[in-house]
Design a binder for this molecule. Structure first.
Ligand code: NAI
Ligand code: MG
Length: 357
């Protein structure tokens, strides 16, 4: 079997971790008798520098014609001051998601037992954490109408619009229920229905969707409480589903339950081609130093094997290799603790590849 993968390394550490994750894929492919065909394309700041635009049409076209997309991360200080229609996240990431119809971002958040002391949170709180956060990805504030206006007194006013329609909520909540069916059967829908009209529609719709899933227990939580519960007692969550911006914030927060943002993988699905990327950004503070933790991206290709190619056995093998390497005491800087062995990006990947053998 041959799979065509669009590879978009992007900027900063994105360009460092993506090639490492491909080395892991190749190691798996050799064993499983599959081949991966990689086609590289530009995105983000790298694409601005080369072509003047962060999402060149040929990049989008390549993604559409591939079996899956692997993205590193985009953005950085060099492009932060560009007008918003050119900025990497607004002008590349958001349209890419929209164009590919990727309305759901799936972020499993599970603690590798060896990292129980790596987080700033206590071991008692973290042990046994195993949840999936499902974030709506193509609606809400990030996509609603935006405008700026100058008022009579010369001051400025800015408007972002939070819009959701019933079908948008239905499909994402359904996905959460389907996901929970194969897990502990619990869905927590997060909203702010006490103040937001869009959240009231979200909750009403979630309740209706749940009627078709008698085997699922659905609960509802306000987002401020959810933020608190995530650090107070994260084990209570099985599947958490929420709108775009709440999900953006809660998933970064939840990443600390896995020890580091550098551990958190993600899949964006919903269209014909799915996109896989680490949850982190381009980390300009450590870019170019071979210091980045490649595990989030390596775990993202495991998700690709599972979701896009139905290669569950190979996906589990990668996760088991990561678990083994952490148990052996190898750590990148972001998860380093006393008594462990500090390794760089490439060495960490070598360890994972060796552990696959
Ligand atoms: P960030 O995720 O890049 O970094 C936050 C902190 O986590 C930094 O201290 C960084 O060193 C650390 N970190 C992140 N990933 C790591 C890894 N794999 N290993 C070790 N340490 C890691 O978020 P930040 O600093 O807010 O944004 C930096 C740039 O990335 C900005 O231009 C932002 O717009 C962009 N960004 C892009 C995203 C994407 O492409 N999907 C997502 C988030 C931010
Ligand atoms: Mg984010």
């Amino acid at each position: 079997m041959n799979y065509r993968i669009a590879v978009l390394p992007g900027d900063g550490i994105g360009a460092e971790v993506v090639p490492q994750a491909l080395r892991v894929l190749d190691a798996v492919a050799a064993k499983a008798g599959i081949t991966f065909e990689y086609t590289y394309a530009l995105i983000g700041g790298a694409a601005i520098d080369a072509t003047g635009h962060p999402l060149p049409p040929e990049t989008l076209e390549l993604c559409r014609n591939s079996d899956a997309v692997l993205l590193g991360a985009i953005g950085g200080p060099k492009w932060d001051t560009l007008p918003s229609h050119l900025r990497p996240e607004v002008a590349a990431l958001l349209p890419l998601r929209k164009e590919l119809g990727l309305y759901a971002n799936i972020r499993p958040c599970h603690l590798f037992p060896a990292l129980a002391d790596a987080s700033t949170l206590k071991r008692e709180v973290l042990e046994g954490v195993d949840m999936v956060v499902i974030r709506e990805l193509t609606g809400g504030l990030y996509f609603g109408e935006k405008k700026r206006e100058t008022l009579e007194d010369g001051s400025e006013r800015a408007v972002d619009t939070l819009v959701y329609s019933t079908p948008e909520v239905e499909r994402i909540v359904r996905l959460a229920c389907e996901t929970a069916k194969n897990r502990r059967g619990q869905v927590c829908s997060v909203d702010k229905a006490n103040v937001l009209e869009s959240s009231r529609l979200w909750r009403e719709t979630a309740l209706k969707v749940a009627e078709a899933y008698p085997e699922i227990t659905m609960s509802h939580m306000y987002v401020d409480n959810a933020a608190m519960q995530l650090v107070r007692n994260p084990r209570q969550f099985d599947v958490l589903v929420t709108e775009n911006m709440f999900g953006d914030i809660l998933t970064d927060q939840a990443s600390m339950l896995s020890g580091s943002l550098g551990m958190l993988a993600s899949a964006s699905i919903g269209g014909e081609v799915a996109l896989y990327e680490p949850a982190h950004g381009s980390a300009p503070d450590i870019a170019g130093q071979n210091k980045a933790n490649p595990l989030a991206t390596i775990l993202s290709v495991a998700m690709m094997l599972e979701y896009s190619f139905k290669r569950v056995e190979e996906a589990r093998a990668i996760e088991a290799a990561v678990d083994r390497v952490l148990n052996q005491g190898y750590r990148t800087g972001d998860i380093m603790e006393a008594g462990k062995t500090l390794v760089n990006t490439v060495e960490m990947t070598d360890c994972v590849i060796n552990a696959l053998a």
